[in-house]
Design a protein around this ligand. Structure first.
Ligand code: GLA
Length: 400
């Protein structure tokens, strides 16, 4: 267990091996899956993620000389050493196509803290950080957000900044948007910073209003499976930015600040206005119906009718596939196979173009549905998927 005491001990040992002395503390921040509400966050809409038990750990110690030393136990390449006052966004620094590698995420967080005027006095002194993570990378499970949020959470305490989790999420989104150069919304960072054990997080991304919604699957005899297709998911390749630009164009064409402002009841009128631009029609229809699906899921969960969210999840997948066009053959195969094998519902989760799907099943069916998916992948000649349960877990926290 990555977030157990032994995980913290291992992170502390790793720190000592690299930096010569022990850390001041060890912090954890989780990856996430999104239950419903895909590509709605940059449209001022609704999302409903939950944190995974998989976490990124950071063992950290403050410095006094303005130097930032970053080390990952999971990456080769040794210690990355930077000066806090010299940090500049990756594009300006001319790091080229790779966006600066893993260290750009924590470096970006320190840059965002600095840009927000939070690093003065002792807080400008830099830090040593050693990371180790169990969040699968490139699987659409927010390994980058976990890395950002654990960094901000550790520095928040080390420097006594007094930042609330939601503010931490905002600073981490700024790091990813403006330092790393990925135009993501705020869902992943908020999930990693703010989720609660046994709950899904309902987030209104315009108001930044949060509600913890009880989601105790085990108590109801249910299970949510994550199926990592192991098809590499990459947010920086232009397709994500392209979807975001289409949504902004749709909002402009409809004369609203964001697609959040298109009421579900007025959808047909809106689509009639956009007639002639089929792509825009499809993108807008996805966002408006997806926001409605989030509201429906919340209504059902509030009513204690958890099983009945299954078909809404599957309808969400169809919308991602047909209207937003962000699925892929492997994700579609997970959903089709799971549905045919008796799942309550299934959908892709996260940015899309690969990555992971989620499958809601009766506990008793979890094994047979997982087996059906694995067999379908083998029959199609795909790499074996990685399947594990999404146990709704806690957000960022101090471990030691
Ligand atoms: C990625 C982004 C999020 C969100 C999802 C799609 O995970 O980081 O902000 O847009 O894609 O819902």
């Amino acid at each position: 267990m990555s977030d157990s005491v032994s995980g913290a001990d291992r992170a502390a040992e790793g720190f000592r091996a690299v930096f010569g002395a022990g850390p001041e503390g060890v912090w954890a921040a989780p990856g996430r899956v999104n239950l419903i509400g895909e590509h709605t966050d940059y449209n001022d809409g609704f999302v409903m993620p939950l944190a995974l038990p998989h976490t990124c750990l950071a063992a950290a110690r403050a410095r006094t000389d303005g130097v930032l030393r970053l080390h990952s136990g999971d990456a080769s390449g040794g210690v990355v050493e930077l000066r806090v006052d010299g940090l500049a966004p990756v594009a300006e620094a001319g790091a080229g196509g790779d966006r600066g590698g893993w260290a750009a995420y924590p470096a970006g967080v320190v840059w965002a803290l600095r840009e927000a005027g939070l690093l003065s006095g002792a807080a400008a002194g830099g830090a040593d950080l050693h990371y180790t993570s169990t969040v699968p990378t490139g699987a659409g499970l927010s390994s980058s957000a976990a890395l950002e949020v654990v960094t901000a959470t550790a520095l928040n305490e080390l420097y006594g900044l007094g930042l609330e989790p939601l503010r931490i999420a905002q600073l981490c989104q700024r790091a990813e948007n403006d330092f790393v150069g990925v135009p993501c919304g705020i869902m992943d960072q908020t999930a990693s910073a703010c989720c609660a054990d046994g709950h899904a997080l309902f987030l209104d991304t315009r108001e930044l209003a949060l509600r913890q919604v009880p989601f105790d699957l085990a108590a109801e005899g249910l299970r949510l499976l994550v199926v990592d297709t192991r098809v590499k998911h990459e947010l920086g390749d232009g397709a994500y930015a392209n979807r975001r630009a289409a949504c902004e164009a749709g909002a402009r064409a409809l004369g609203v600040p964001a697609l959040r402002d298109v009421a579900y009841e007025r959808l047909e009128d809106a689509l009639a206005t956009l007639a002639g631009d089929e792509t825009l029609v499809r993108r807008v229809r996805h966002v408006v119906t997806e926001n409605r699906r989030v509201e429906e899921v919340i209504e059902r969960l509030d009513a204690g009718a958890t099983r009945s969210i299954g078909p809404i999840l599957t309808a969400g997948h169809a919308s991602c596939r047909d209207d937003f066009e962000i699925s892929c053959a492997e994700l579609d195969l997970v959903v089709e196979t799971a549905d045919a094998a008796g799942a309550l519902g299934a959908r892709m989760t996260g940015g899309g173009f690969g990555g992971s799907a989620i499958v809601l099943v009766e506990e008793a069916d979890a094994e047979s549905v997982g087996k059906a998916v694995t067999e379908a992948f083998a029959a199609a000649g795909y790499r074996a998927p990685r399947i594990f349960p999404a146990v709704p877990s806690a957000g960022a926290r101090r471990l030691a």
